[in-house]
Design a protein around this ligand. Sequence first.
Ligand code: GRF
Length: 209
Amino acid sequence: MKRVVVLISGRGSNLGALLEAAIPVIAVVSNVPEAGGLDIARRHGVDTGVVDHRTFPDRAAFDDALAAAIDRHRPDLLVLAGFMRILGNAFVAHYAGRMINIHPSLLPAFTGLNTHRRALDAGVRIHGCTVHFVTAELDHGPIIAQAAVPVLPDDDEPTLAARVLEQEHQLLPTAVRWFVDSRMHLDGRHVRIDPQASPACALLAPTPA
Ligand code: GRF
C-alpha cells in the first residue's frame, strides 16, 4: 500500500474528502498550529504534526524542518491540500515526481492567489480546478486532472468558490487514487493515466438553448 502524507494550512475540506475516499493518508502536517484540518485528521485517527513557519529564521530552515517531519513517515506521495507556503527549490527537487497540489483554477489560467475574484473580473465563462505535479515554477507543473464549472451571471466570489470546491472534493481523491494504484505516469511535461477515459466534452458554458 502506498503511503500518503498531506500538507495543509487551513480548514482541510480537501483533506476530509481524501479521508472519506479511504485514501491511505498516514500523516497530516500543517504550518499553522490552529488549522482546522488538524482536527479532521485527529478525528480520523491520523498522525498529525505542526511545523510553524514563524518559528524559523528563513525559508531554508523551515523547508528542512518540514521535510524532516514528512520523511519520518516515508511517504510515496506528498499532497498539498490548501498548503499556503511557497516551497524552496531544494524541497521541490527532493519530492520531484511525488508531490501534487490542488489549485482552484483551470491552469495555466490564474496561477497564484485570489483565483475566483480574478476569474470573475476576467469574465470567463468556465472556471474550475486543477491537480498537478509540483515543480519549481509556482502552479506550472504537469497537469494530472482538471474539473470545470460554469461561471453563472449572478455569481460572486463565495458562490463561485463553493461550486469549484465541490469539484475539488471529487477531483483530488480521484487523482490521488490513480497515483496510489500506480495508474499515473509522468512523462516529461505530460501525465498519462491508464486506462485513459476521456469524455469528448466535459462542459460547455453558457449551455446552448
Ligand atoms: C482550496 O480551494 C484549494 O484549492 C486551495 O486552498 C483551498 C483549501 O481548502 N489551494 P481546504 O483547506 O481544503 O478546505
